[in-house]
Design a protein around this ligand. Structure first.
Ligand SMILES: [Zn+2]
Length: 418
């Protein structure tokens, strides 16, 4: 049996094309509520007859650390990407972490391509494309920049012509639809061995599970997933993180502005608050999430940590070493303190630095432990998953390749009936 080993884990070669879908911000509830409302007949069947688990994502429960964990099969302590944004101590600069030079491990996608598999990666936003496609010989493009895709850069040209859909706004549900539509077209045209589809959480930031806006999104997704299934693909669906309302009773954002607080306590310039959620696309969340890291004088660390921990709405304050051990993070890319806020609370820097004018719906966001539970859903049965006390979203490739039955669901169901 042919296998490959990547980052210390072994994966069986795929028999059928494998499509891994990372549905950005997909609380398990979105799937169950849409299915219960009759909006997603295909997903309802997979929930019922396939394999469905609840697992844990990586904390900070943000997009980039989790997408990279999923494609490398290991946590940020190994692959190095622990946020969208960080303070580079060596360069003394706050920088985006979306450059592949920050990656410390290769992906399972690149390894399969290297070993001869045909691999396709499609992301919604372009910010993930370079990281996910690093070292990859294959097709890799974003819906956002689909019109600019070239054979030399992306392994494919004229994506817009192939998909037959105009390139949507970066703030739209349609950006994710473009990802699925392209995936179905490419599955039919080229039948890649391995496909990774990653959507955007624009809808999940706006709509709670079971609402009309959310159900419409999952209904859209349902149609495309059913088409991929009909092509004989094994589908493995997970999420980068969950999503919760982060508002007060009156609907206003429930924010603790850490930088303002620390400036008051120890003077301006005494501490630096970094929000790893920070990225160029902030309209739908105002750069507010439930995870922050603080750089400050070592002598003040414990006293400040205790004071922060006493604030209502802050769930956890840990020194660097403890936080990095607990959440499997790279210590050199985290501050002296790690701060996690509660289920309905977010952390900011200074009130003046957050533009909330783009928020046209009550704030929903993520980043904390409260958004750690994510689905792992497969359109095949499993014979049990040995060796996993606690399933992680970055086990999705292991489960899909090593622990699923070969037979498709309808055949299984037919056999059971006969
Ligand atoms: Zn996300």
């Amino acid at each position: 049996m042919k296998t490959i080993e990547v980052n210390g884990r072994r994966y069986r070669w795929m028999d059928d094309p494998l499509v891994v879908v990372c549905v950005d911000g997909c609380e398990f509830d979105y799937l169950e509520r849409a299915a219960a409302a009759g909006c997603t007949p295909y997903l309802a069947r997979v929930l019922r007859e396939g394999t469905a688990f609840k697992g844990d994502c990586v904390v900070p429960s943000f997009t980039n650390p989790n997408n990279l964990s999923i494609v490398t099969g290991v946590p940020p302590a190994v692959h190095g990407i622990c946020g969208n944004y960080f303070y580079d101590r060596e360069a003394d600069a706050e920088v985006m972490m979306n450059d592949p030079r920050y990656l410390r491990a290769g992906s399972v996608l690149a390894a399969f391509a290297q070993a001869g598999a045909s691999v396709t990666v499609i992301t919604a936003k372009d910010k993930l494309r370079a990281l996910l496609g690093h070292g990859l010989k294959g097709i890799c493009f974003s819906a956002e920049k689909a019109a600019q895709a070239t054979l030399a850069q992306n392994g494919i040209a004229d994506v817009v012509g192939l998909v037959g859909m105009p390139v949507p706004s970066v703030y739209s549900a349609a950006l994710s639809e473009f990802v699925f539509a392209a995936g179905v077209k490419l599955m039919r045209a080229r039948r890649p061995d391995l496909m990774y589809l990653s959507t955007t959480d624009y809808v999940q930031h706006k709509y709670a599970p079971g609402t009309e806006g959310a159900n419409a999104f999952y209904a859209m997704m349902d149609g495309y997933l059913a088409r991929l299934d009909a092509e004989g693909a094994v589908l493995a669906l997970t999420a980068d993180h969950g999503m919760n309302a982060k508002t007060r009773a009156d609907g206003s954002p429930n924010v603790i502005y850490l930088q303002d607080l620390l400036d008051r306590w120890i003077g301006a310039g005494g501490a630096r608050v970094i929000l790893p959620i920070t990225d160029p696309y902030v309209v739908h969340h105002g750069a507010l999430g439930s995870f922050a890291t603080v750089y400050l004088d070592a002598a003040q660390r414990d006293a400040i940590g205790e004071r922060l921990a006493a604030i209502e709405g802050i769930d956890l304050v840990l020194p660097n070493a403890e936080a990095c051990a607990r959440f499997e993070l790279p210590p050199d890319r985290m501050g002296d303190l790690v701060v996690v806020s509660g289920k309905h609370v977010v952390l900011g820097t200074s009130a003046a630095r957050h533009d909330l004018s783009g928020l046209d719906a009550p704030l929903r966001s993520h980043g904390g432990i409260s958004e750690q539970t994510v689905p792992l859903l497969f359109n095949r049965r499993s014979a049990g998953i040995p060796g996993h006390a606690r399933l992680r979203n970055f086990d999705v490739l292991d489960v899909a390749l090593n622990h699923l039955e070969r037979a498709a669901l309808d055949r299984t169901a037919a056999a059971a009936r006969s």
